[in-house]
Ligand binder design. Structure first.
Ligand code: SF4
Ligand code: SF4
Length: 397
């Protein structure tokens, strides 16, 4: 279902709680933004009082603080450290458990249940909708998608919130992923706080959304509300804290595998993996087997991993990517170049999380700009590290 100005509706702030009530009545567990431990995180919410009312965030490289707003906006902030990835691909999942018999064999192997709760995501931003789509392609687009991954996405209800302001590390305009959501939602809200007026311009994006909207006390949007909505979208677009020139970026990175900038960034990178944990599209996982103390019971778990760990590129004879240089280069080149070949889109949606949550403020936009500024710069004369296995093999990108 498409929408346009003629079909836009208005939900007054005073009536907002009809929305979570209607979702709950339809059996959804609502996940939305809420304040915890000094950050805006995504967790179960029940009503507007659970949202970050009157709170905004301040973001820059390695910097995140919550501040009080001078109004009572419900969605007056950019994205926080978490993304919806944690619901598409939970950070830890038990895959199966089994008994160990006396000869070490497995008996009574029981797979973990595939059932997933019926979730409604309230407050997804445009860049996050793109990230969900990317992750869906990665997890579900192959020949043999995991039924558990499919079950988690089977019946989600998505309520987008259009950004009315941008964060200090946002660059979705550069990536063509925002700030205005145009698809991938069931309902979309634009929040307007203007003097004594506080309302939401609501757009319907699917039949499911239309059904839910029919349960809400809505009025038709008039020209003043539509004008305010358009102004909010334009305001966010004009406020981007960062920009990234994507022109020919794949070729740029492919021809600069040996650029000296990789050595510079490696001197600062702690290889902590924060950037991969907060990124809404990073999907690396590993599996771990754990036993009880008696060795009679075993469980296999899948959990998030990161290409910044040495072990992640471990093969017989040692790790392929042993230096910070090779691991940062692998991560950034995958996000912005090889992802395009692999999945048909960039792996970056310009949410800025990797910049905000990098403890040493490494900035992906700055790194690309530095390589572009000295495109084709000579490789370092420093010899490449030797591997333990052969003493000769070069590290791979
Ligand atoms: S770029 Fe920053 S967040 Fe990522 S691994 Fe390096 S230090 Fe950690
Ligand atoms: S690479 Fe950084 S800016 Fe891009 S989607 Fe991931 S966290 Fe967001």
């Amino acid at each position: 279902m498409s929408f346009d100005d003629a079909s836009a509706l208005v939900l007054e702030r005073a009536d907002f709680d009809a929305l979570p009530a209607a979702l709950t009545a339809r059996g959804y567990t609502i996940i939305g933004p809420t304040v915890r431990d000094g950050a805006i995180v995504y967790d179960e919410i029940h009503a507007s009082a659970d949202l970050p009312v009157g709170v905004t965030d301040e973001q820059d490289g390695g910097h995140y603080r919550l501040r009080r707003r001078d109004d009572q906006a419900l969605f007056g902030y950019a994205v926080g450290p978490q993304s919806w990835k944690q619901f598409q691909l939970p950070s830890e999942v038990k895959l199966w458990e089994a008994q160990v018999d006396q000869r070490g064999g497995l008996t009574e192997v029981v797979e973990a249940p595939r059932k997933a709760p019926r979730l409604a995501f309230l407050g997804a931003r445009a860049c996050e909708l793109h990230a969900m789509g990317i992750l869906d392609r990665v997890l579900l687009g192959g020949a043999h998608p995991d039924p558990a991954d499919r079950a988690r996405r089977a019946d989600t209800f998505v309520i987008a919130v259009q950004c009315g302001q941008a964060g200090g590390t946002c660059f979705c305009v550069s990536m063509g992923t925002g700030p205005t959501a145009e698809q991938g939602f069931d309902l979309a809200l634009t929040e307007i706080v203007d003097g004594g007026d506080h309302y939401f311009v609501l757009e319907v994006g699917s039949d499911k959304g239309a059904d839910l909207a029919s349960a809400l006390p809505l009025t038709a949007a008039g020209e003043p509300q539509l004008r305010a909505s358009r102004a909010a979208h334009a305001n966010a677009a004009a406020q981007m804290g960062r920009e990234l020139d994507t022109d020919g970026i794949k070729e740029l990175l492919y021809r600069n595998y040996e650029h000296p900038r990789w050595d510079e960034v490696a001197e600062r990178c702690l290889t902590c993996g924060n950037c991969t944990m907060v990124c809404p599209t990073c999907f690396c996982t590993t599996v771990e087997d754990v036993t009880d103390l008696a060795g009679e019971r075993v469980e296999r778990h899948q959990r998030w991993d990161s290409c910044f760990t040495v072990d992640y590129s471990g093969l017989h004879g040692g790790a392929v990517r042993r230096s910070a240089r090779s691991r940062y280069r692998q991560w950034m080149t995958h996000k912005l170049a090889t992802w395009l070949d692999q999945f048909g889109s960039s792996g970056c949606v310009g949410c800025g999380r990797c910049i905000t949550w990098c403890p040493v403020a490494i900035d992906i936009t700055e790194e690309v700009a530095a390589i572009r500024a000295s495109d084709g710069a000579a490789a370092s004369d420093e010899p490449l590290p030797r591997t333990r296995a052969t003493g000769e093999r070069r590290e791979q990108a």
